[in-house]
Design a protein around this ligand. Sequence first.
Ligand code: FAD
Length: 423
Amino acid sequence: MNTGSMWEKTRLDVAVIGGGAAGMMAALQAAWAGAQVVLLEKNEKLGKKIYITGKGRCNVTNTAEGEDFFRQVPRNPKFLYAAVRQFGHEDLTALLAMLGTETKVERGGRVFPVSDKASDVTRALARGMREAGVQAALNTAVSRVQAEAGGYAVQLADGGALYAKAVVVATGGLSYPATGSTGDGYAFARDNGLAVTPLSGSLVGLVTAEKWPTLLMGLSLRNVRVTARAGKTKIYDELGEMLFTHFGVSGPLFIELSSHLPADLSGVTVTLDMKPGLTSEQVDQRLQREFAQNARCRLSTVLLTLMPARMGPVFAQCCGLSPEQPVSQITREQRLALASHLKALPIRVSGTRPVEEAIVTRGGVDVRAIEPGTMMSKASPGLFFAGEVLDVDAHTGGFNLQIAFSTGALAGKSAAAYAAPRA
Ligand SMILES: Cc1cc2nc3c(=O)[nH]c(=O)nc-3n(C[C@H](O)[C@H](O)[C@H](O)COP(=O)(O)OP(=O)(O)OC[C@H]3O[C@@H](n4cnc5c(N)ncnc54)[C@H](O)[C@@H]3O)c2cc1C
């Protein structure tokens, strides 16, 4: 379809670029507000990223309210106050229910479709858009957004163009580019005079300076505690599950830790507590007991009672001991070193994995250039931004999608009010 030729001569009210969570919500709200809306999506279908969220179940939002919500947003939470207050989790679940997708609340306030199918979320929004009269153009990539008298020229990759009084850029970030999020919106922002803050991955695996975690690739540990400090400040302290990988560490605890880390990792220390239910003294007593009962055994054999078999030899070496050493020869100092490493095994984080592997992009369109009450660019009237393209990101638990829906809803309503004010 040559979209440009379809609308070439028409000046639309609102063009929404991107058919993800933010773009679909923006298009729906703009149409409900009375605007004539076109949504341009470069993929062959809408919501490609939504399909893979929450392991295919889509953790669509979280029931956290007020400050409990904003505490989960490490960067620019205040910018989101207006957006989240005008369209919060209850508004979202009511809207989805109205469009045929009921939701349920699980552990930690996480909200999922009752069907456990992410596709039901996209289906509901697509249905809403259709019924509201949004024209969705699939396989339609936008290559440029250019201000012109009375609005914007939206150039399409197929050579066509269309014209709209208002444009909502909802092109997502840089993570999982196979879903269509290839960072195009940053160029649209820069071309129109907006700054883009440095881009990297958040909610992503961590690369370790030491090689030993890579030797344990594929091993996961449950009921462990990860604590991180930046200088003397504790920035993370959680119980849960972790995974050793070919690059270092990942799994829920370290993925979550990545979004708490400062950009400069030089002052960051991370420790792993493998016995969070015991005090240091209790761990030492346990070691003394094991050593007394297994006096003829090698250290690696005794460690089997304390950790998975694969980990014992690596752990012994982290403590400066040979796994082959008979426990009868272990000195008090060496035993205390084992106990302290069981409670606080140091892990040196040297970096994060690439943004393409991240759940969400850190950085984006500088929010200082955006009006928080409308999502419109301060310098380019009629140009709106929503979703992950903005310099906002949150922890896991449904917060990133809620941010996309909240900013999308606000951008859509505001774009309609700007382009087609009701009499
Ligand atoms: C594996 C994974 C699991 C996740 N799970 C969860 C979860 O359970 N809960 C949660 O809250 N968050 C989750 N997230 C994060 C969440 O999915 C995103 O933050 C959110 O989808 C961002 O929405 P968006 O609409 O801003 O961007 P996107 O969903 O990236 O949508 C952008 C759309 O714009 C289109 N586009 C881009 N450029 C152009 C162009 N030039 N022309 C036309 N169209 C274009 C893209 O094709 C895409 O469809 C997960 C992310 C990943 C990667």
